[in-house]
Design a protein around this ligand. Structure first.
Ligand code: 0A1
Ligand code: ZN
Length: 893
């Protein structure tokens, strides 16, 4: 059934054809003026005799073409074909020098793709297909060339002129203008091109590489922000060191620059030698940034830096291979953050956080209308495929190689990958082949992780044979049908596991019978490759408690019929921190789902002592890492609960979760209080994982204490808010005051208003903090759609700034389900208004927001009808971008 009147053209992976022409060198001259930037480009091209494409095809979008010259001769209008997207020259000679003159109105560009102006400065964003908004070009990642770039601009207005690579010349032009010439010695695809021009200042440092070579590191920001660049600089130095040590990869340029802009569609961009970042992932000091912000900066700085090898030196043949660079680079940044913590529990905490993100965002994506394989087969708009599947599931796929091949084996695979493919544009198959060949392994079945969408389920059944002292584990796998893929073939699943004894220690795991081997490992990785397999463990003296899918060794859903007692045993003893945490989550999930039913049936709610006791033990266990304890005390989110239900019921979910939090607060108030007191971190703020873990636990305790509605606890948050010397504690207090049960009580209204106003007044000139101010309100359970509309009228709100739009509208639509799904459908209307308004300004951001209704078929019929109507309204809007059209069409299909 077609529900809409706007179909968009689909591009298929199977249709890949190599480019008809290669580009060896690109020379560009920019005359930068915000209203009209003139661009002169010279391309040295040569025919690719291996290609079926005979024409010379260039892409171009929203640019004025002034002149086109081929081998020195002006091309007449009849010598080429041109439409809105392409320029095609037929019968071109084998060697071509093409000169192109174009112009751009960067100040009118609100899409933040191509060349645009933010706060008076010029920036570019060329991934995925933004370069074609600057000049006509074979804008596809398999066309790799070296670039020389001349920038000219008014010296006063644009004192800083940056592009990729090395600065080779600069000077004055007279008439108040100046120039800078940049040369990037490395071949790159056009999506890695960048320029920045404007009034910026930098923190810089000479840094010595392991090899002894000195490089220049710079972090560029707007004036007034130099007090917030140190952490980004430290993170960059840590990243450089880490890639040398862990993968033997050295920075290949003499200069590496990071530039921050407050107008950016995504987190950051890995342009060669000139990374452009969202300010959110650069700027931090203790007054304005939280522990989470510090951690985010570290991982994004790492991520972009690691792309220099995984993405830039070796890039993607076509955009279907996006996960080749993104999955691998996410894996690398996750490992980097884990290694930096420097201890096993810290690593485990990081792992749990990453799994939580995967489950919260990727599992729902894989179960919804946008479900796609890690390597998609088709797309209408590639920007819609920068997804949690390509990134986070892609990283899990890379992690599975790591798990199967081991530390050394994985490194061998990486070495071979660079040996074979440095300077090339390749595919996910090439990566898999390098991993297999370097280790003499057959990884052909592993291909299915790239080609089959959906989250596999692994069902485990255990049986203990007391006579033979054998524990038999049966594993079966299945994967639900997804769009266009009805039948799935079995995956190659690394399944890590152990068996716990009654005293909490682990059995030696021996898969063969015969003599007992007490030295056998206590944790092993089974390889599940068939639909069903059985494994027998010998010399198991009593019935064990299985610890399954250790460290979340594969991105699957595990079904095992655990008893409560078994889960409590795992929570108390498992040596695998992931499974230990998971046991607590299972205990909680079970209760929450039952309570949701009770809410729906109007029954009295009750929480059992066994659960409270299991959590109490973890909460007060001083031998456990505070960060880990905080993770255990955090209940599964409302989004995760909705995913577990046949028909989601956000209001009952909210009430049930609230009830569990309040009951825990009531039962454990003494414990929460002493945990709170014991984890204060006085003295100078430090963002390291240990201090951050203490703050996380302390603030978790505070938020529980406020569920127990009592004057004294509200007072505690109020005091913490005013006395906090860092943003983590300040925002945690404010969040607790807005989000907990007490927040709903009228007697606290005045104080809530007071702190909100105080926060705004103090930080009104700190854009990133004002984003928090909007977000906190957008996610508060008491904030309804009317208040959101009110906040949209606030003088500090702007839909045009992606961070601000995300802080209010996305936060409300994605993270406040009970209000977003208000019975009258009024929030869906708000969603539609915002998507339609954003569609005109910034299609990429609009398409992201459009995804908030992805799961609409999961709700009761009455809600579904209203959501469908909202989707249809968007789908039939005139002038819909292909970004938004693809999303809503898929939702309605
Ligand atoms: N490659 C970047 C993410 C990125 C992707 C697309 C963008 O614009 C459409 C911008 C950034 C990364 O993985 O960090
Ligand atoms: Zn990336």
């Amino acid at each position: 059934m077609r529900n809409t009147n706007q179909d968009v053209k689909t591009i298929y992976r199977k249709d890949y054809v190599a480019p008809g022409y290669w580009v060896d060198t690109v020379e560009m001259g920019f005359d930068l003026h915000p209203q009209r930037t003139h661009v002169a480009t010279r391309l040295h091209m040569r025919r690719n005799h291996d290609s079926a494409e005979k024409d010379l095809i260039l892409f171009g979008e929203d640019i004025q073409l002034h002149q086109l010259r081929l081998n020195g001769v002006d091309l007449k209008r009849s010598a080429y074909q041109r439409n809105k997207e392409r320029l095609i020259i037929s019968n071109a000679p084998d060697t071509v020098v093409l000169e192109i003159e174009t112009s751009i109105a960067a100040d009118k560009n609100t899409t933040m793709s191509g060349l645009y102006v933010s706060n008076g400065n010029f920036f570019t964003q060329c991934e995925a297909e933004g370069f074609r908004k600057i000049t006509y070009f074979p804008d596809r990642p398999d066309v790799m060339a070296t670039y020389t770039v001349m920038l000219r601009a008014d010296k006063k207005q644009f004192p800083v002129l940056l592009s990729n690579g090395n600065l080779i010349e600069q000077g004055d032009l007279g008439d108040g203008r100046h120039y800078a010439k940049w040369e990037d010695p490395f071949k790159k695809p056009s999506y890695l091109f960048a320029l920045v021009a404007g009034k910026l200042v930098c923190q810089e440092e000479k840094y010595r590489l392991k090899s002894g070579r000195k490089v220049l590191l710079q972090v560029w920001v707007e004036e007034g922000n130099l007090d917030k660049t140190q952490h980004a600089m430290d993170s960059l130095k840590n990243s450089i060191r880490w890639d040398e040590e862990r993968f033997g990869l050295e920075l290949d340029l003499d200069r590496f620059m990071i530039v921050a802009t407050s107008d950016f569609n995504m987190g950051a961009m890995e342009n060669k030698g000139l990374n452009i970042f969202n300010t959110k992932y650069v700027l931090a000091n203790s007054r304005t940034a939280t522990d989470a912000d510090y951690a985010g900066i570290e991982s994004v700085v790492g991520h972009e830096y690691f792309h220099n090898w995984t993405g830039n030196r070796v890039t993607c043949r076509d955009w279907f291979q996006l996960s080749l660079k993104e999955g691998l680079t996410v894996f690398r940044d996750q490992e980097f953050s884990g290694d930096l913590v420097g201890n096993a529990t810290g690593r485990a905490v990081k792992r749990i956080e990453d799994v939580r993100i995967l489950r919260q965002h990727q599992f729902p994506e894989d179960a919804g209308p946008m479900s796609h394989p890690v390597r998609p087969d088709s797309y209408a708009e590639i920007n819609n495929f920068y997804t949690v599947t390509v990134y986070e599931k892609g990283s899990e796929v890379v992690r599975m190689y790591y798990t199967l091949l081991g530390h050394e084996g994985f490194r061998k695979g990486m070495d071979l990958y660079f040996q074979r493919h440095d300077g090339q544009a390749v595919t996910c198959d090439d990566f898999r082949a390098a991993m297999a060949d370097a280790n003499g392994r057959d990884l052909s079945q592993f291909e299915r992780w790239y080609s089959q969408a959906g989250t596999p389920r692994v069902k485990a059944d255990g049986e203990y044979d007391a006579k033979r002292h054998v524990y038999r584990l049966k594993l079966s796998q299945a994967c639900p049908a997804t769009a266009g893929q009805d039948h799935k073939l079995p995956f190659h699943i690394p399944f890590a596991m152990g068996l716990l004894q009654q005293d909490g220690s682990e059995f030696a795991l021996q898969l063969e019978s015969g003599k007992a081997h007490p030295q056998a490992p206590r944790s092993i990785i089974l390889e599940l490759t068939q639909e069903t397999q059985e494994f027998e463990f010998h010399h198991i003296e009593h019935e064990p408690t299985p610890s399954l899918l250790r460290n979340f060794s594969a991105p699957v859903i595990l079904d095992f019929d655990y008893s409560d007692a078994q889960l409590a045993h795992l929570l108390a003893h498992d040596s695998d921190a992931f499974c230990r945490w998971e046991a607590g989550q299972r205990l909680a999930m079970r209760r929450l789902l039952k309570l949701v039913k009770s809410v729906q049936n109007g029954e009295a709610l009750a929480l059992d002592d066994m659960f409270v006791e299991a959590l109490r033990k973890t909460l007060v266990d001083a031998n456990l890492d505070p960060a880990f304890r905080e993770l255990v005390m955090t209940l599964p989110s409302e989004v995760m609960l909705a995913e577990e239900m046949e028909i989601a019921d956000p209001h009952s979910i909210h009430q049930a979760r609230r009830f569990v939090r309040a009951s825990l607060a009531q039962a454990l108030k003494a414990e929460f209080l002493s945990v709170y007191q014991d984890h204060l971190t006085p003295g100078k703020y430090k963002p390291d994982a240990v201090s951050a873990g203490k703050r996380a636990l302390k603030n978790c305790a505070l938020s529980y204490l406020l569920e127990w509605s009592h004057e004294s606890t509200y007072e505690l948050a109020y005091t913490q808010y005013f006395e906090a010397e860092n943003m983590t504690d300040k925002v945690a207090a404010l969040s607790a005051m807005l989000h907990c049960s007490s927040a709903l009580q009228p007697q606290y209204q005045a104080r809530r208003a007071e702190v909100l106003q105080d926060f705004f007044d103090e930080f009104q000139h700190e854009a990133l903090v004002i984003d928090k101010w909007f977000s906190l309100q957008a996610c508060a359970p008491s904030t309804d759609v009317k208040q959101i509309r009110q906040l949209m009228k606030h003088k500090a709100f702007s839909l045009a700034n992606p961070n601000r739009a995300r802080s209010l509208i996305f936060a409300f639509c994605n993270a406040n389900p009970a209000q977003f799904h208000a019975a009258d459908g009024s929030a869906y209307e708000l969603w539609g208004d915002a998507v339609i308004a954003l569609n005109k300004l910034n299609p990429q951001v609009a398409a992201r927001l459009a995804r908030s209704l992805d799961r609409w078929t999961k709700y009761p019929v009455a809600q579904q009808e209203m959501m469908r109507a909202a989707l249809q309204r968007v789908a039939t809007t005139k002038g819909l971008s292909k970004d938004v059209a693809e999303i809503v069409n898929k939702a309605l299909a």
